[in-house]
Design a binder for this molecule. Structure first.
Ligand SMILES: [Zn+2]
Ligand SMILES: [Zn+2]
Length: 160
């Protein structure tokens, strides 16, 4: 094999950005910093949209998200409650969630699983956002048992 492998360890430059992509790879993005809220959301809309038991979103400031490629492929779905979900029109990957609350705060939520790399600390260890709660567990799927010890809220964080 003549192809050279670009090894992260040989690269002395620290990675300052968190970056991710959709399934087909046409949409790529970078995020400068994460806000501390990272929830596993068990609402019915997240279940249907992700085709999964729950979604995991990390909150970021709008200005900290930069689309690197494929932004034109983003398609939006607006639900009855005026929340907007953005996904890749080629592969269907769910990337962004925006509630009316997010819009007033100029924040967004991004699917944590869409990230490929995380920013590194001074010892080159990735700084991985860690989920802090289960939300909307009132609509949790019946075939999942939550046993990770994180706080569980029937609805959103502060209205249990
Ligand atoms: Zn895609
Ligand atoms: Zn949800």
């Amino acid at each position: 094999m003549s192809k050279k492998i670009n090894n992260d360890e040989s690269c002395s430059e620290k990675n300052h950005l968190n970056s991710g992509s959709c399934l087909c790879g046409k949409i790529t993005f970078a995020v400068k910093a994460f806000l501390p809220l990272v929830g596993h959301c068990h609402c019915t809309m997240c279940q249907k949209f992700h085709g999964a038991a729950f979604s995991t979103f990390v909150e970021v400031k709008q200005q900290d998200l930069q689309w690197l490629s494929g932004e034109k492929l983003l398609t939006s779905y607006r639900a009855e409650n005026n929340s907007v979900r953005k996904f890749c029109s080629c592969c269907g990957s769910s990337l962004v969630f925006e509630s009316t609350f997010n819009r007033t705060e100029n924040t967004l939520e991004i699917s944590l699983a869409a990230f490929d790399r995380f920013a590194q600390d001074d010892s080159s260890n990735e700084i991985i956002p860690s989920p802090d709660a289960h939300l909307y567990v009132a609509s949790k799927v019946k075939w999942l048992t939550i046993n990770d010890g994180l706080p569980q809220f029937k609805a959103y964080r502060d209205n249990n």
